[in-house]
Design a protein around this ligand. Structure first.
Ligand code: NI
Length: 144
């Protein structure tokens, strides 16, 4: 075991503690370990996918965050071939939801997803996708 210390926004920690309480966790460390394992697992699952996929990317961001809208647009223009359509919903005063329909090589879709996830001002990114070749074996994957 290694001991680390880190700083987190109050709100995030409060929300995390609420989830742990609802789930009946006795220890925050155990909760953080499980959350990290889940994060790694989702990444590995997404990384294992191959071939052509069709999917929906949902991105929630704070439109007041300086530069985030321009960055979102720039990145999406770099993936014109994979983006079929997008829809912008003004959620409230602060947040926007952008729903992006993607289709193409999963490598490119993954790249796009990760670029959006890394952006400051982006609060949440979720990709739901399915393989296009064999609909009998419909795989669904989510990356949060
Ligand atoms: Ni908006």
């Amino acid at each position: 075991m290694m001991r680390i210390s880190m700083s987190l926004p109050n709100k995030l920690l409060t929300e995390f503690d609420d989830v742990l309480r609802d789930r009946g966790y006795q220890s925050r460390s155990k909760g953080i370990r499980d959350a990290l394992k889940d994060y790694i697992l989702r990444y590995q699952w997404m990384n294992d996918m191959e071939g052509e996929r069709v999917g929906v990317l949902a991105v929630i961001y704070d439109h007041h965050y300086v530069g985030v809208m321009e960055a979102m647009t720039d990145i999406q223009h770099d993936y014109m071939k994979q983006i079929n359509a997008s829809l912008h919903i003004h959620m409230n005063e602060k947040y926007c939801l952008e729903v992006i329909i993607v289709k193409g090589d999963v490598k490119k879709i993954r790249e796009l997803t990760e670029k959006l996830m890394r952006l400051k001002g982006v609060e949440h990114v979720k990709l739901t996708s399915a393989g296009t070749s064999n609909l009998d074996q419909l795989h669904e994957d989510e990356e949060e």
